[in-house]
Design a protein around this ligand. Structure first.
Ligand code: GLA
Length: 777
């Protein structure tokens, strides 16, 4: 809810309040952002009392000699007028002057609207406060929009420059939000990484200087995800003050945290000013992406809960928003580029046999693509591999009762492609030989309308060529050496942003043209995992790394800012193709099942025993899919000596699933608790583990301490015994109150430590995991 009381502006969500006011000089001073506060109409107490500027500070003007902007918390800041901290807006006027002076003009409260060319959050009955500031000398208006998402405890912010004056203005930076906080020494949590190592949690305490989390890769990137948190030093998973921030944008982003001379903290977020320079002609406007802010006083968990609710309800949209997502088989790690219609169909049949619902044909089906050096840009089927086209293959697959989906990488072009031979000018920095390539490919120049239309038509052709219900939209290199002939020399600084705008137009047209198609965004895994893409595509392939041990950390990282309903997670081969680590099929599944489950391995080569196990996994996942995909997710234990516990609880609190994962065995550590959370204290539940079997070979030659005959390791006799003598996991089964689950947790069965064994022991080796099923009685 938005309240304006004379010069004070109050934005209330269910649990938070955000307040600022208009100062005497027409600037906007930030007063408070935190837990919900009821002012009962009295604000004087929280307005700073300043009679004289401290020390040698520059003051705003002789008239307002008490206003030294460097020490005032502001809603926006620019260059000049005494504030020497990082600005939110920076422009160069036609006369070369860079000093800005935006003064309050007016405000309006309106129903939230979409941004013009950028994706934005949406929702019914969402109010926006729009404040108009103006630099009257140059006729430049800065419109600030604050939208209030009451239930999610989120406030979004965006800014827009409207040029009503004379001459061209160069916009050097237009960030989306600024949050000036009253103290220093916040703990900053950001999520950094690389290919196959996305979303590694990184923390530091900043009590001086500046910290920047950003992307210069042209995409939001796996290097630094735009989601960030600022918290008190004492904040933990469940307790303490925490701010969360994200950006609805898929290009270069910039989040800066600066501690000023008066020991306060400025937090900024928006498009990266690096390489950015945008010319505004008289009459033109430029809008920033929308920034997302939340606050919680119940720790990281509170921020995550707010972000999850916000992303599910106000970012993801379309027919798939709340629809259970299909279990898929993806051909990539099953056969890479090497397949035929027959081999794909064999894979589909094996997948159907275990209950999988959607067959996804990944890279290698088009042009003459047998490796990654050619054919991107030529979206016509390779008839050597698929003589009956996509249509023929899709029909066969549909006939056995599976849906059919396809991989595309529409933003890319190989030099070895008909597209490049016919239209070299379609590529970014088209002069081949000059630019550095990534995965042998160039990027199509989506700043050009003709190239956008080319991509739209090509992909329309692909989707219409067969019964395609799913599209994996990939993007496998970062930007480098950017240059476009479509812009004049002095406007090359617009390239990166214009590319993103071009991409958004393409995505808008295609997703509106094919509303039934389930799109999954991908960029070498999570190289473009952001809220911008999620406005068009309801799920993302989170990482090319499918090693369960790595995935547990990666998925935990995503969980801070994103709900599990957008995270693609697959079971792949063992040894894993990225790490060569050997992990049990059960652990691979138990970690993947917390996301949108798929399989990405050659099922045709698996043993009947493994297929039987997968059949059970798939059936189990279907039973609990709604809660796993759309329940409330909690981190219970995050990397405590390599141990993780997760929980997901249905909205009605009737059903919950828990995961316990262990990286490495610790000797003589055998009595952990499973600490549940999120259940109803007053209800009674059953707590059970998901039973499965293990191979007695885990005992090694300890088997001889109970075997009547001596078994030599890996001998024929040992293998025969192992094949027929499967052991069941320990049985955990209790009736327990929600209150116990939430507070004391469950004492799990003793883990094997080498001093005895019976059927009640929990065999929990390296990379072991268990799923716990909690259901209301
Ligand atoms: C990227 C994706 C993979 C796969 C390959 C195909 O690496 O992340 O999932 O689609 O491309 O080339």
């Amino acid at each position: 809810m938005i309240v304006v009381d004379k010069s004070v502006f109050i934005l209330n969500t269910k649990n938070t309040t955000y307040v600022f006011h208009r100062m005497e000089n027409g600037y906007l001073e930030h007063l408070y952002y935190g837990d919900y506060v009821d002012f009962k109409g009295h604000y004087d107490a929280i307005i700073p009392k300043v009679e004289f500027p401290n020390g040698s500070l520059v003051v705003y003007s002789e008239e307002y000699g008490n206003i030294a902007l460097e020490t005032r918390a502001q809603e926006i800041s620019t260059r000049g007028k005494g504030d020497v901290r990082e600005p939110m807006v920076d422009v160069t006027f036609a006369d070369g002057n860079k000093t800005c002076d935006f003064v309050y003009q007016s405000y309006e409260i309106v129903a939230k609207t979409n941004l013009q060319d950028l994706p934005s959050a949406y929702g019914e009955e969402i109010e926006s406060l729009v404040i108009y500031m103006k630099d009257v000398r140059y006729g430049l208006i800065l419109a600030l929009t604050y939208s209030v998402f009451v239930e999610s405890n989120v406030i979004t912010r965006s800014s827009k420059l409207i040029h009503e004056g004379e001459g061209n203005i160069i916009v050097d930076r237009l960030l989306s939000m600024q949050l000036d906080l009253p103290k220093s020494s916040y703990t900053i949590t950001s999520f950094q990484g690389a290919w196959a190592r996305e979303m590694q949690k990184h923390t530091l305490t900043l009590d001086g200087g500046i910290f920047v989390n950003n992307s210069k890769a042209g995409i939001s990137s796996n290097r630094n995800n735009p989601f960030m948190m600022l918290s008190d030093a004492t904040t933990s998973e469940e307790y303490g003050a925490c701010y969360g921030s994200n950006l609805i944008y898929s290009g270069n982003h910039y989040e800066a945290v600066e501690v000023g001379s008066n020991k306060t903290t400025r937090f900024l977020s928006g498009m990266n000013p690096f390489g950015f320079s945008f010319t505004l002609m008289p009459g033109q406007t430029i809008e920033s992406p929308e920034a997302v802010l939340t606050f919680a006083s119940n720790g990281f968990r509170g921020v995550s809960a707010n972000m999850h609710q916000f992303v599910r309800n106000h970012i993801v949209r379309g027919v798939h928003q709340f629809k259970e997502r299909p279990i898929l088989i993806n051909s990539w790690e099953a056969s890479y580029f090497d397949f035929s219609e027959a081999s794909l169909f064999r894979l589909a049949r094996a997948a159907k046999g275990v209950g999988i619902e959607l067959f996804v044909l990944d890279d290698g089906w088009f042009g003459k693509r047998n490796d990654d050096t050619s054919s991107l840009g030529d979206w016509s089927v390779n008839t050597k591999k698929l003589p009956n086209g996509l249509k023929g293959l899709a029909e066969k697959i549909n006939r056995i009762g599976m849906d059919f989906g396809i991989w595309v990488e529409p933003e890319m072009i190989n030099a070895d492609s008909d597209c490049y031979r016919n239209h070299p000018e379609y590529a970014v920095n088209a002069t081949l030989g000059e630019q550095s390539l990534g995965r042998h490919q160039m990027i199509l120049d989506l700043t050009q309308l003709v190239v956008q239309d080319y991509v739209i038509e090509q992909i329309t052709g692909v989707i219409e060529s067969a019964n395609i219900t799913y599209v994996k939209w990939d993007m496998n290199r970062v930007f480098s050496d950017v240059f476009t002939a479509s812009l004049p020399p002095d406007r090359q600084g617009e390239f990166s942003h214009r590319y993103v705008l071009g991409l958004y137009r393409v995505l808008k047209v295609l997703t509106e043209r094919f509303p039934q198609v389930l799109f999954e965004s991908c960029s070498s895994g999570g190289n473009r995992f952001d809220l911008g893409m999620l406005c068009y595509m309801p799920q993302v392939w989170a990482s090319d790394n499918t090693d369960a041990t790595c995935r547990v950390a990666i998925q935990t990282g995503y969980s801070y800012g994103y709900p599990m309903s957008v995270v693609g997670a697959h079971v792949s081969a063992s040894p894993n193709h990225q790490t060569l680590r050997v992990t049990s099929l059960e652990t691979r599944f138990q970690v993947a099942c917390f996301g949108l489950l798929g399989y990405e391995c050659n099922l045709v080569d698996l043993s009947s025993e493994e297929l039987e196990l997968i059949t059970k996994q798939v059936a189990w996942y279907k039973k609990y899919r709604a809660v796993l995909q759309f329940g409330d997710y909690y981190r219970v234990m995050s990397n405590e000596a390599g141990r993780y516990q997760w929980m997901v609880v249905s909205k009605d609190k009737k059903t919950a699933i828990g995961l316990f994962f262990q990286t490495l065995v610790e000797a003589n550590y055998s009595y952990p608790t499973f600490q549940a959370t999120g259940l109803d204290d007053d209800r009674i539940y059953t707590f059970k583990n998901r039973r499965s079997e293990f191979n007695i070979k885990v005992f090694g030659d300890l088997i001889n301490s109970i075997s009547p005959v001596h078994l030599k390791q890996d001998s024929l006799a040992h293998n025969i015994v192992a094949k027929f003598m499967k052991k069941e996991y320990e049985k955990e089964e209790y009736i327990v109150s929600g209150s116990v689950l939430n507070n004391t947790g469950i004492q799990l069965k003793q883990a094997f430590v080498g001093t005895g064994y019976n059927d009640d022991m929990r065999m929990f080796q390296d990379f072991a995991s268990r799923l716990y099923i909690i259901e209301e009685v």
